[in-house]
Design a protein around this ligand. Sequence first.
Ligand code: FES
Ligand code: FES
Length: 163
Amino acid sequence: MDHSERRLIELTVNGVIHQVEADVRLTLADLLRHHLHLTGTHIGCEHGVCGACTVLVDGRSARSCLMLAVQANTRAIVTIEGLSVEGEPLRPLQQAFKDHHGLQCGFCTPGILTTLHELLGDNENPSEDEIRVALSGNICRCTGYQGIVAAVRSAVDAIRRGA
Ligand code: FES
Ligand code: FES
């Protein structure tokens, strides 16, 4: 017997409106990756611990592995793909990650950048402690976080200089 149940939802992802008939059990992470082909959102633990799947939902960070696609109905989602424009220079935070070795394998990076996007929206000059607290839900197994924190501080300086 087929127990699947579907709902028509409409959501905005990176400024584009999508209508999707989604299985009620489909996660937002799987909707983004498998239906909309936005594979920059990574899936690690699938139970809310690693932060790799973090996206912005109406401007606030959220674990897309813990959110159902149907819960995103009428919401505005921003993924890592929405934080820069292809063909244009990198934004200060992304450029700083490159300059300060804020990533190695890059698996955690989309979730870290979306989390930091929220942080810098709330606090334009976070201290090192505030940066580390904001990132406490994002696990990086490569960098030791030093380069990430240095990148954020550098990006803050660049933004304040008007970069
Ligand atoms: S995959 Fe969602 S928090 Fe780890
Ligand atoms: S850069 Fe590899 S997990 Fe963070």
